[in-house]
Design a binder for this molecule. Sequence first.
Ligand code: ADP
Ligand code: MG
Length: 378
Amino acid sequence: MSKIVLSGIGKSFGSTQVLRGIDLTVEAGEFVTLVGPSGCGKSTLLRILAGLEAADAGEVTIGDRDVTRMRPADRNLAMVFQSYALYPHLTVAENMMTPLKLRDLGLAGRLPFVGPIFARAEHLRLRKQVHRTAATLKIEALLDRKPGQLSGGQRQRAALGRAMVRNPVAFLMDEPLSNLDAALRVHMRAELSELHRRLQTTFVYVTHDQAEALTMSDQMAVMMNGEILQYGRPAHVYAAPASLEVAKFVGSPAINVLPGEINGTGDLSVMGKTLIPDTRLARQPVSVGVRPEHMTLDPDGPFKGVIRHRENLGSDIFLHAQVDGLDKPVILRSHPRLLAGTGLAEEVTFSALADEVHVFGADGLRQHVAKPSLVEVG
Ligand code: ADP
Ligand code: MG
């Protein structure tokens, strides 16, 4: 278990700057997720951490060792990719043995057939280690199967097993669940979290899926365009996004962004209706973010829209309301039971919870809003 520090990491491919001075500290034993849209530089950063790619600038330290110029093999990190890269002609057990053999056995001990005779005690020890790891992952029953005889989830577990046997100081995972179907992905999220709790090893996990970041990580780094825009606990990033870009990226369905204004006395209005008086902010146009769960149907609410789409998920229902003057529908979350009577093309009125709105300035950055008292909107 080791702390990982990336400092000032820069990287360009040709004239394209892919990483712009990334600073990131992963505390020992933490589950940290790098999350951001495709192409933002997540994999490149992970590969630099692993030593598979050289940075143009910056340093990587693991524990208290500067590993910037160290070969991948000497960093003792385990890497798990989206494509499992298991050897198809070897059984799961043999797949898991391979990295151990490479590390622990001499040339003679690695020979097929005679190797186990030359290095009998070593082979027994390695086999025990494979079984112990298989037990942790609950894949003992699969050890004699070949990858072709496994389901996607089982293959993913075998690949994890192969990464785990060496007792790495940290696990690096690059979109490891992307090839799985939706139900299995959700199941594997829980399994990875549980595995992390049991191993208490540092995990650095890359994904473009904000739901994975929110559900699994201790800390998440939201990356865009080669930079970390926000680093923090998932609940905090969700509840207090540092910028409009982060607010729009994290959360599904996405946050509603409404045009707003701070007037000369500091009152915040949205689409002409006062939402929060006396915010202490200077007069300016602002973007106001309101998550769907903070928009509520309210007969006395200040906003009006026409229902254009109902997205019924069983537990929740999302209403897409077209509002005059906005090019995107406003999305409200409600409960199917409450909406039995609401149909398409119907007009609804709604309000936004004043305590839960996010205000962003012209630069896209979050503005601190003084909320002297919770005001009823209307
Ligand atoms: P992500 O994993 O976030 O999707 P990557 O780190 O894979 O993003 O890539 C970041 C950017 O760097 C992309 O624009 C990609 O095209 C570019 N890139 C990645 N690897 C190479 C490479 N070996 N040569 C040239 N460009 C690359
Ligand atoms: Mg990638």
